[in-house]
Design a protein around this ligand. Structure first.
Ligand code: ADP
Length: 434
């Protein structure tokens, strides 16, 4: 408001002087005086506009390069200088933050690649260059799948399933195993985070090999011990009560160890990625009839076991592995259901998905145990598991078999009422009967 008053008072002052000249020297002189003042004002503004235009054309706008102004232009240039100063300060702060960001991401042990909406590389840190064999200077703007061409990676990127990481074994760096995780952000952009897991994978392989070798080595001695125990048990010369009890106990424990070794070997085979599950159409109905017979002999008439077949659809997969998974669930139902309980085994097609479930009227499981049941050696009640001949590995085997068949396990249970173990097979694995 004060600016408007100042500017207006200047004009009023010129008009007032012009009026005084008019009165003293006549109208012609007043007009000449007024024209000269106006010309001077126009020249004053033009000079400043030209100075401003020249300054705008400069490539580097520093506050020091702003021209000096007089009159109204003094304020304009002072404002401009303040604006330029603030702008260059925030630019400095930004480049400092960027520099700090760059040094942090360079120091990180993980690789980071920024991908745009078309999966083109926008930026990556040096670790990512090393993990993926790319070069930011040469490869920026390139589609990442032109550089990382492994089929599992191309499929992983196309699937857009951001929850699970991908383990990539054949990278451009020989002998390096990297885990890759996509994280979506911004507008269809993605962060690709890579981590060198070579050492971890080597330790895992050693662990798997060790368990497989130990289990394999234990198999023969246990068979020999079991054979001798069987012979001794049948020997009529062993007649003392103590010896008989000792032999029975030794036979029981040897059988338990043999079962444990067998389950460990099954798990090792399932864990070994080179043993790919076969993809044959398995006749689930005849498989379940076979398992039902085993279940009836395990139950020895103590339970009512029913088989409900609602579909004759077959299942793509490995018959041996599916038998092991179904068999484990059914044997658990028998072992954890008191005498006279009911067990149903079911095979259905629900909305295109293959559904296998075992329902029992057994002891049930408290809800806090359910998420951990598929861990190795996890037992709700270890003494009961041992009494009933359990190894603690049954559900771990089931989980591995299901992973290899892209299926999922659902467990619902109520303590004292019973449990239901349901397996959902994806529609693409079903082979319809016609
Ligand atoms: P185990 O050989 O001990 O049975 P599993 O891996 O097969 O080992 O099962 C893990 C645990 O889950 C068992 O120890 C048991 O406590 C519980 N469990 C499994 N199936 C059932 C069931 N049908 N009813 C009640 N508890 C069960």
């Amino acid at each position: 408001m004060s600016d408007i008053w100042q500017r207006s008072s200047n004009i009023l002052f010129i008009i007032f002087i012009t009026a005084v000249v008019w009165m003293m020297l006549g109208s012609v002189n007043a007009l000449i005086f007024f024209s000269i003042v106006m010309l001077w004002i126009v020249l004053h503004h033009t000079r400043h506009i030209v100075a401003l235009e020249r300054w705008l054309q400069l490539s580097d706008h520093t506050p020091g390069s702003i021209p000096a102004g007089s009159g109204a232009w003094d304020d304009v240039f002072a404002h401009l200088a303040r604006y330029v100063r603030q702008h260059s300060q925030s630019r400095e702060l930004l480049s400092l933050a960027l520099e700090r960001m760059r040094s942090v991401t360079s120091a990180m042990p993980d690789g980071i690649v920024i991908l745009d909406e078309h999966d083109r590389i926008e930026w990556c840190n040096p670790v990512a260059e090393q993990h993926l064999g790319i070069n930011l200077t040469l490869d920026a703007g390139q589609q990442i799948t032109y550089l990382v061409r492994q089929i599992p990676f191309v499929e992983y990127l196309a699937a857009r399933k951001f929850s699970n990481p991908l383990i990539l074994k054949q990278t451009r760096q020989q002998d390096m195993i990297v885990s890759l995780q996509l994280v979506p952000y911004g507008y269809n952009q993605k962060l690709l985070i890579s981590r060198d897991i070579t050492r971890f994978e080597k330790v895992e392989t050693m662990r798997r090999d060790f368990i497989a070798n130990v289990s394999h080595e234990l198999r023969t001695p246990l068979t020999v011990i079991g054979g001798f125990l069987e012979t001794l048990s049948a020997d009529e010369n062993v007649n003392s009560g103590f010896n008989k009890r000792a032999l029975a106990l030794m036979t029981e424990q040897t059988t338990r160890m043999q079962r444990l070794v067998e389950d460990l070997l099954i798990l090792s085979r399932l864990e070994n990625e080179q043993n790919k599950a076969s993809e044959k159409a398995v006749n689930v109905v005849s498989l379940l009839h076979g398992i039902l017979q085993d279940a009836e002999s395990l139950s020895a008439g103590r339970h009512q076991i029913k088989l409900n077949i609602a579909t004759h659809d077959q299942l793509l997969g490995s018959e041996q592995e599916l038998r092991s998974a179904f068999g484990n669930l059914i044997s658990n139902a028998i072992r954890y259901t008191p005498d006279n309980g009911e067990i149903t085994i079911n095979w259905e097609n629900r909305g295109g998905q293959g559904v296998f479930f075992v329902q029992d009227s057994g002891i049930g499981i408290e809800s806090e145990h359910i998420p951990r049941l598929t861990e190795r050696f996890y037992r709700v009640d270890s003494s009961r598991s041992r009494e009933t001949g359990g190894t603690g590995l049954g559900l771990a085997i089931v989980k591995h078999v299901l992973n290899r068949h892209e299926a999922r396990l659902e467990i619902t249970s109520e303590v004292g009422k019973g449990s239901r173990f349901t397996i959902w097979f994806p529609a693409k694995r079903l082979v319809s009967e016609d």
